[in-house]
Design a protein around this ligand. Structure first.
Ligand SMILES: C[S@@+](CC[C@H](N)C(=O)[O-])C[C@H]1O[C@@H](n2cnc3c(N)ncnc32)[C@H](O)[C@@H]1O
Length: 406
């Protein structure tokens, strides 16, 4: 059994910072997965690089189509941003992109309010596609909705597909959004392995068909040192040493294959510190981010997305994790501060859900929305109160934004 002195722990944490993201995440086959695009309802003639695995039973079953609903987070704020583009352009929106289609809550509202719009969308989860086949059949048939099975980081390929299909009609996106993380049906379905309250296989892949390592693979195969790295870096657990050690000890006698097996181990080792906050929360979060290479996907996506916006177009990002939000904030700020800035933040601070929304939908509590607006040709950043003209002010500002400054 490894015992660390304080000095060793400090040097551990230094190593963590150094090794950042390179070795463990994204996990194998990420690059290959990025090239895989399957398009709903037209896989025969428009897909590129179609995967060879068929649909899993769970994804195509009627149960999947009728799985628990997902309440879209900050829907009003998203609609306000789309409407702001409409007013800025003084014409109807033509093209939009939703990189995290889920159950299509945001997509539905956008399609209903902007009737001239075509929405290009994607989601990694086959269950999202099964649900769309039923609930968006008309929009898919009419090609108002073009839904791909793809990582949103694969945006350049998705744009290429849109150009091939719609030729010169495709002029770039007036509005783009991603609503990061997992959907309620993913969390609530024990079989997906995201929940520490329900027993299921320790999987956590957003696309269960993807040949990437599951959470169980990571938990059973990473060294103790690597587990510490993962939990502290991606889960932001302050002292993950005892849990990492206990995992290594436990797996000597049996593999850790189930969500409750891991959750109970963490509970035993760390105990409860905060009422209503399961001790496994951050550990599971770290594993999920690692399994799906989520941070890398966001990093790859953001600059491509901004390059795909039409003049005066906006990109809206809803994140639920401080590491995600930091990537968004830094990317937007970098682009805004560049000598030849191509656009600007719509507001200086992130927007958070209203008190009412947080009460009605507790899962919205950690959400943060940031929006970036692309300049029109020849437009330059406005000086002085540069955000005043851009933002609908209905939602309250994020209170703790400054604590997040680097
Ligand atoms: C929070 S839900 C989105 C819910 C959706 N806005 C709605 O209203 O129903 C996030 C969705 O994004 C998907 N997802 C997460 N990361 C992704 C990625 N990198 N590429 C594509 N889909 C992703 C998940 O599978 C999940 O369905």
């Amino acid at each position: 059994m490894v015992r660390w002195t304080l000095g060793e722990k400090v040097s551990q944490l230094r190593k963590v910072a150094k090794a950042k993201a390179q070795r463990l995440w994204p996990v194998p086959r990420h690059a290959q997965e990025l090239n895989e695009v399957r398009t709903l309802a037209d896989s025969s003639n428009r897909s590129t690089n179609t995967t060879n695995s068929g649909k899993s039973n769970s994804s195509s079953s009627p149960e999947a189509a009728n799985a628990p609903v997902h309440v879209p987070v900050m829907l009003q704020e998203i609609l306000e941003q789309a409407q702001a583009v409409r007013e800025d352009l003084q014409r109807p929106l033509q093209w939009a992109f939703d990189g995290t289609f889920g159950r299509g809550g945001h997509a539905r509202a956008i399609l209903e309010r902007h009737t001239d719009l075509r929405l290009i969308a994607c989601d990694l989860d086959p269950a999202a596609h099964a649900s769309a086949e039923t609930n968006f059949a008309k929009e898919i048939r009419e090609r108002r909705l073009v839904l791909h099975s793809s990582n949103f980081a694969n945006l350049p390929n998705l744009v290429e597909l849109a150009r091939n299909e719609f030729a010169e009609k495709f002029t770039g996106f007036d509005f783009m959004m991603v609503d990061l993380g997992v959907s309620s049906p993913q969390l609530d379905e024990a079989e997906r392995g995201f929940s520490f309250y329900q027993d299921g296989p320790l999987d956590m892949r957003m696309d269960p068909q993807a040949a990437r390592r599951t959470a169980a693979d990571l938990v059973n195969e990473l060294s103790e040192e690597e587990l510490v790295e993962l939990f502290s870096e991606l889960g932001e657990v302050q002292r993950p040493y005892k849990v990492a050690r206990a995992i290594v000890h436990e797996r000597k006698s049996r593999r850790i294959e189930r969500t409750l097996q891991l959750a109970q181990l963490i509970e035993r080792v760390d105990g409860w510190h905060k009422k209503g906050h399961h001790p496994a929360t951050l550990y599971f979060m770290g594993l999920r981010l690692a399994v799906n290479g989520e941070l890398k996907a966001i990093e790859d996506f953001l600059p491509e997305a901004i390059a795909s916006l039409s003049p005066k177009g906006r990109l809206a990002v809803i994140s639920f994790h401080s590491l995600e939000d930091r990537i968004v904030k830094q990317c937007f700020r970098k682009l805004e501060d560049a000598e030849e800035a191509c656009g600007e933040n719509v507001r200086r601070k992130a927007t958070v859900p209203s008190d009412l929304e947080q009460k009605q939908n507790p899962r919205s509590r950690s959400a943060k929305l940031r929006c970036f607006r692309r300049f029109a040709a020849g437009e330059r950043r406005s000086r002085g109160n540069k955000y005043a003209h851009l933002a609908p002010q209905r939602s309250r500002d994020d209170q703790d934004d400054r604590g997040d400054e680097e």
